[in-house]
Design a protein. Structure first.
Length: 240
């Protein structure tokens, strides 16, 4: 939840950045510096966990390792953006700003794949895993391509005279795709909750120390609410 609360704070910092008074600029600069340190702390924590996995020779091709790797890259890109945003050229600035969205989308879609592997456990080792994996790769490539196209189009136009349709598309398209993804996550979260009510212990998907089934699913529900709200907010900001 810390990761996603920071995303909401980052949105606030971006809105405050349009302020013109000296006092407000100082506040924004201090706020972004704090954000950079918080993101950097996430980089350190995830780095420690990744090193532990490698040191103990656990499987690298696992949901846990991939999730940690994506979270590490996402937090690193965010911390770099808030630390150096005032010293970057347009292309680097846009790349550092938008790349965390791609990584975040990959992280959420990986969580959907994980839940799907639990729901479709009996048929997962067959065609279901192959099809789901292919969809995961294709959807993430499409999302990354859309972000890349926007960056290219933005750089080809005058930054002070960005077309209204381009600005709206930059908010609506990611918000819509994220909304669909989050709703799918919510649906699979519901299926996993139903599996948890099964008395057969083999059906219980989580066996994590310090994290009960209820805690994990409540966290998933909170994430669904947070990002559904943010998607609707982005669409509203674009005038939809």
């Amino acid at each position: 939840l810390v990761l996603f609360a920071l995303e909401m704070k980052a949105q606030m910092a971006e809105e405050l950045a349009s302020s013109s008074s000296y006092d407000e600029i100082v506040v924004v600069s201090s706020f972004t510096f704090v954000l950079a340190l918080l993101y950097l702390s996430i980089v350190i924590v995830t780095s420690f966990q990744i090193i532990r996995i490698i040191w103990n020779r656990h499987r690298l091709l696992s949901y846990q390792f991939l999730f940690l790797a994506l979270s590490w890259a996402w937090a690193l890109a965010r911390s770099a953006f808030f630390m150096f945003s005032n010293d970057l050229n347009s292309a680097t600035y846009l790349s550092l700003y938008w790349s965390p969205f791609i990584l975040q989308f990959a992280t959420f879609s990986l969580l959907v794949v994980f839940f799907a592997s639990i729901v479709h456990k009996k048929s997962w080792k067959g065609r279901t895993r192959t099809v789901t994996g292919a969809i995961f790769i294709i959807v993430n490539l499409i999302f990354a391509l859309l972000i890349t196209v926007y960056i290219v189009l933005y750089l080809e136009n005058d930054p002070n005279d960005e077309p209204e349709w381009l600005s709206s598309a930059a908010q609506i398209i990611p918000a819509t795709i994220f909304l669909v993804l989050i709703l799918i996550l919510g649906v699979y979260g519901t299926f996993v909750f139903k599996l948890m009510s099964n008395k057969d212990k083999n059906m219980i998907p989580f066996h994590l120390r310090g994290a009960s089934n209820k805690t994990i699913l409540v966290t998933t529900a909170v994430l669904v609410v947070i990002f559904t709200s943010r998607s609707l907010y982005d669409c509203g900001s674009a005038g939809v």
